[in-house]
Design a binder for this molecule. Sequence first.
Ligand code: TTP
Ligand code: MG
Length: 427
Amino acid sequence: MARAARLPGAPEPDDRVICHVDMDCFYAACERLREPALRGAPLVVGMGFEPGETIGAVATASYEAREYGVESAQPISEALERLPRKIDAAEDPTLDVDEAGFYRPVDMEFYQSVAADVKAILRERADTIREVSVDEAYLDVTETVDWTDEDGPRAFARDLTETIDETVGVTASVGVAPSKSAAKIASDHDKPDGLVVVPPGEVREFLAPLDVEDVHGIGPVTAAEMRELGIETAGDLAAADPDVLEDRFGDRGVAVHRYARGDDDRPVEPVGKPKSLSRESAFAEATGDEARKRDRVRGLATAVAERAARKDALYRTIGIKVVKPPYDVNTRAQSLPGPVEDPDLVEEIALELLAEFEGDRARKLGVRVSNLSFADAQQASLESWDGDGTETADDGSTTEGERSGADRGRARRSRDRQLSLGEFESE
Ligand code: TTP
Ligand code: MG
């Protein structure tokens, strides 16, 4: 679409493409892998259904069993009332074998192994993946898929589910959206074997008719309170007065109001060792006010440095992102001689990089630290440097983008005096 003619709600280049993948009746699907006779039949996986056992719950039910009212977390006694076991029905003339189902015990080890096969496929397709449960993950595929390619997101997701089905033999439902919360709701929207794509600009409309309890961050208790206020749907919540929500629910009220409006910029954060850590924040309206821009960058720098500290991550590169209206994305980064953990330096460098954009209006700002190394790898990387052992700040200062002498000295002091200035580079 031509930029000049951009329609309201049309994709912007910095719109993320997030997939939420959730396997269909996962434990039951796994049981069907090793026992194909269970396919198409009502199947309950759970504990405590054997004669003599009285306590137990349903882990999951196949979609055929769900038609009998069997569901996850139900007491198994209730499930058996709704859907007797085939084996019992065969011996009991008061029961109908055709209206009975199969029951299987939970075998976590086997399900984990199937899940690992699925996750391996997901990791092949996306650099940024967050596994949130045995059968569920978020993928950030912004680098691979583009909203401006109208069929791209759907084709990507379809290919993904087909590969999982062909390679592993289980079905997944996928939601694709510009945010995590919308992607999650989308994956649940058309289960099983669902594929729901919610493009940027359509999120609020997509969420509007849903129960307020479906909004990310709203549990049954909050939902009940919301209903007291006349807020029944996500649309009602989106239209509610944020001040009233803040008075009643505090910060959480503000957050869920934003989610209901489709405004959710939480990143997909991989567990384990991320490649970079970043924080972004948009202004309600683009601003050219230097003080506001600098303030925002300071806040983002602090947040990113805190996150890095929590993860015991050292960083060697500090960068910023400046999105100028309408959607002109600019990134700048500066690398250090070696990994540091220094919040002041993050702020200092981020502000210095921002100075290039003086006089520009910004609609979004971001701060990123990358080239990460982690506390357990620290020793090895320190040893591998060719340290010059000095603390002079004025040598080797000719490469493009190099930091001022004072900064270099600071970067070195903050970590170790062995750092080599020779490694200093710009990105
Ligand atoms: P879910 O993804 O919630 O459920 P599901 O995959 O069985 O079905 P759906 O098609 O609706 O996604 O949970 C994944 C697995 O986690 C599920 O197969 C069994 C287990 N589980 C429990 O053991 N107890 C529970 O209460 C729930 C909800 C799930
Ligand atoms: Mg599932």
